[in-house]
Design a protein around this ligand. Structure first.
Ligand code: NAD
Length: 402
């Protein structure tokens, strides 16, 4: 099968197994070119490990610190003429590359919000690792089924209190448009907090703690975003921001509990990058393409792997006390939020319209990054070759046979 990108707005419905594997390899190679992590983790559980920040965290811990990793993710397998989702190919490739280097790697594909998944993971930790010394919580999900009540919560991306209007980008037409989002209801806010807040993170940590599987000095880290004034109404002051506030409050709660094992819970505020989740947030892609242009010109551009390497190597595992801000958070959005960067972004935001979009933003870079998420446009991959979406590609075995 010749696999080509099928893009609609912020969604690509196909993924290229070879391209995804190459993408993972490129990230591994980046980490190998950096100094290895001093005092890095040895046994890591990564929840949300198949794409974006979770995948990069897994690659950094495995190839930067030689950690054994267990990855949990929710991805679709190939079926009939449909390819698997990108995170499945990424995870299979990761597992293969890790094992080639003698590193322990286990994948769990299924619902991380379920007690069943917690039990499966705990059984494998018991059998294979004994304990974990790092838990990364990097889920980004549109809905969550409550494991106790079976109620399904849905996340929405809306402002709170008043509607919000600003510029955005129509990704099908590459035009700057004006978008108005209505204010969320209290129920929508509560449901978004239930999906993207810290409740599930706490359930995972409780389950691991009750089973006595948290190593002395364990670190757990979840990811957050703050962002600039431009996206404030829809992000940090919106429904997703309410969920991030809850996540940060959960870190404070977990810190109290983790004292018993001299452990620590942290939230890291990361920079905006192109991922499947961030592309779906209104206003963010337009902000991002302007930001990327400015950060590239200033030599400050980072993708997920550079961000996660910087987080682990220069913030979390330095052998020195971890530096946090006044809210107790680690900040790797420090370059994005620099005054000189934001001053230019603000100026360009005022100017941007459909006519000058290509010139004053990094639209082309965004399109390349977006396609790369799905394994397309990656140098060295022969996209004209007939590939088997079910497996046996680039030596990747284990994909579902159809
Ligand atoms: P992503 O979409 O690339 O990855 C999400 C991961 O969650 C995938 O591995 C997916 O399989 C997994 N997942 C989703 N639902 C699941 C379920 N029910 N069970 C198991 N796994 C499930 O997302 P991302 O952008 O890397 O975001 C990860 C975290 O980083 C989020 O908390 C996000 O808010 C935060 N963050 C993202 C950005 C950004 O710009 N992308 C910036 C700062 C912080």
């Amino acid at each position: 099968m010749i696999i080509q990108p099928k893009v609609r707005g912020f969604i690509c419905t196909t993924a290229h197994p070879l391209g995804c594997a190459q993408n993972v390899k490129n990230q591994i190679d980046y980490v190998k070119r950096q100094p290895s992590l001093k005092n890095g983790p040895k046994k890591a559980l990564i929840i949300g490990s198949s794409t974006g920040y979770g995948l990069a965290s897994r690659i950094v811990t495995a190839f930067g610190a030689k950690a054994a990793t267990i990855g949990v993710f929710f991805e679709k397998e190939a079926e009939n003429k449909r390819t698997a989702t990108t995170g499945l190919y990424n995870s299979l490739a990761f597992e293969k590359f890790a094992k080639q280097e003698g590193l322990y790697a286990q994948n769990f594909n299924g619902d991380a919000f379920s007690d069943e998944m917690r039990q499966k993971v705990i059984a494998v930790i018991k059998e294979d690792l004994g304990q974990v010394d790092l838990v990364v919580y990097s889920l980004a999900a549109p809905r969550r089924t409550d494991p106790k009540t079976s109620k399904v919560y849905k996340a929405v991306l809306k402002p709170i209190d008043i509607p919000y209007t600003n510029k955005s980008i129509d990704l099908d037409k590459n035009e700057v448009v004006t978008v108005t989002l209505p204010a969320a209801s209290q129920d929508e806010i509560d449901q978004t907090v239930a999906v993207m807040g810290g409740e599930d993170w706490e359930l995972w940590m409780n389950a691991l703690s009750n089973a006595n599987f948290l190593a002395k000095g364990v670190l757990t880290v979840a990811y957050s975003y703050i962002g600039p004034e431009i996206t404030n109404a829809v992000y940090r002051k919106g429904t997703i921001g309410a969920a991030k506030d809850h996540l940060e409050a959960t870190a404070r709660q977990l810190n109290k509990k983790l004292k018993a094992v001299q452990g620590r819970a942290l939230v890291s505020v990361n920079k905006a990058i192109v991922t499947q989740s961030s592309s779906a947030i209104p206003f963010i892609p337009l902000y991002f393409i302007i930001l990327a242009k400015v950060m590239k010109e200033k030599g400050l551009h980072e993708d997920s792997i550079e961000q996660m390497y910087r987080l682990f190597a220069t913030k979390l595992y330095t052998g020195k006390p971890i530096e946090v801000d006044e809210g107790g958070r680690v900040r790797v959005d420090d370059w994005e939020t620099r005054e000189d960067v934001q001053a230019i972004v603000n100026k360009l935001w005022q100017q941007v319209d459909s006519n000058n979009l290509k010139e004053i933003s990094d639209l082309e870079g965004y399109q390349e990054d977006f396609l790369r998420l799905f394994g397309f446009g990656i140098p060295g991959v022969d996209y004209k070759a007939d590939v088997d979406p079910t497996g046996q590609v680039m030596g990747i075995e284990g994909l579902k046979k159809i």
